[in-house]
Design a protein around this ligand. Structure first.
Ligand SMILES: Cc1cc2nc3c(=O)[nH]c(=O)nc-3n(C[C@H](O)[C@H](O)[C@H](O)COP(=O)(O)OP(=O)(O)OC[C@H]3O[C@@H](n4cnc5c(N)ncnc54)[C@H](O)[C@@H]3O)c2cc1C
Length: 320
């Protein structure tokens, strides 16, 4: 028997997609989350800036709690990577395809996130260093934890300069290291770094080893040891599925959305890091909630979803 058409197919099961799933399931809509299982939140050893957890919470535990909450209200979550998204011109329905199947949805929410570019280093070493706070990716999230520590920033363009200057308000000991060649700074950037007392080191840079509490970076100017390094190498945005159906992108390569998380394609919504804005859990969750409510209201504007009387629901064997 053909699977029923979904009210909403959520692609991506990080904080944005899972928040939307909780809302949509509680709106009594028929939804499915398809998630590739690579949430950036799963990388977080312990988030300490997420409101409501005074002692912090590990990213994987936060995700599990959100999955449990969504499933409690009837959401289904499938671990798959969606490779194709199409929209029928006549009906407006979307078909998403992945390895073992496909589903049709009236609406689609893309909560597919971004991936940080990693510095050149052995993968196992990287993951171990990340779990110990020796490699960090988000000074807004955890700059507090490097207060008065010795910090290296691997980056060269204005992004690297901005990150080094941001971290300078947590510690006086910041070094900017070029990832691949000698640092080539604009004069105004060089002046800002000098005024802030930030050291500059030429690349190529490679994090080579760490002892318990510090990490060593090999550079063109020798070995440097830091309490933490922040790669500032940019990120890759997962907009490919949206582009397949013609969604417009903003200048930074993220989806362009209206204030209610609608993309430029009717029926297609986006939330979280994949949309231009602050790349934070709180923001992703907020956009997930806004997107879900917009989806519910847009679906109901098309066709009201009046609930059947309780007796009729019971007779039909439906509980949710
Ligand atoms: C090391 C680190 C530490 C951080 N610390 C903090 C912190 O302390 N506080 C804070 O607020 N933020 C922190 N962040 C940022 C935070 O993790 C992100 O802002 C948040 O995870 C974004 O949520 P999201 O749902 O938009 O995307 P994600 O959490 O990245 O989830 C996207 C999901 O979509 C899936 N996906 C992508 N493409 C497809 C596809 N084609 N098919 C199926 N699934 C797909 C991915 O597999 C992934 O599971 C940190 C990030 C990192 C990397």
């Amino acid at each position: 028997m053909a699977e029923p058409i979904l009210d909403c197919l959520i692609i991506g099961g990080g904080p944005a997609g899972l928040t939307a799933a909780i809302y949509l399931a509680r709106f009594h809509l028929n939804i499915l989350v398809v998630d590739g299982g690579k949430s950036r939140a799963a990388w977080i050893p312990c988030t300490r800036n997420h409101a409501g957890y005074p002692d912090g919470i590990a990213g994987p535990e936060l995700l599990q709690r959100m999955r449990d909450q969504a499933c409690k209200y009837g959401a289904k979550i499938q671990t798959e990577f969606v490779t194709k998204l199409e929209q029928d011109e006549e009906t407006g329905l979307f078909t998403a395809t992945w390895g073992s199947g496909e589903r049709i949805g009236r609406t689609v929410l893309l909560a597919t996130g971004v991936t940080n570019r990693r510095p050149p280093m052995d993968e196992e070493l990287h993951d171990d260093a990340l779990s110990r706070g020796l490699v960090r990716y988000c000074p807004i999230c955890d700059g507090y934890e490097v207060t008065d520590k010795k910090v290296g920033v691997i980056g060269s363009d204005s992004h690297g300069v901005a990150e080094a200057l941001f971290i300078r308000s947590y510690t006086a000991d910041v070094t900017l290291i070029a990832p691949d060649k000698s640092l080539q700074l604009k004069p105004e950037d060089a002046a800002k770094l000098k005024a802030a007392g930030i050291d500059c080191v030429d690349g190529p840079a490679q994090a080579v080893a760490f002892a318990k509490d510090c990490i060593t970076v090999d550079t063109a100017e020798g070995h440097f040891t830091f309490d933490s390094i922040y790669p500032a190498l940019g990120s890759d945005t997962h907009t490919q599925l949206g582009e397949m159906v013609g969604a417009a992108l903003a200048e930074d390569g993220c989806f362009k959305c209206d204030d209610h998380q609608r993309t430029s394609v009717n029926g297609l919504y986006a939330a979280g890091d994949v949309v231009h804005g602050l790349d934070q859990i709180s923001h992703a969750m907020g956009e997930g909630g806004v997107a879900a409510t917009t989806i519910r209201n847009d679906l109901c504007a098309d066709q009201p979803r009046w609930r059947e009387p309780a007796q009729v629901m019971e007779d039909a064997g439906e509980g949710s």
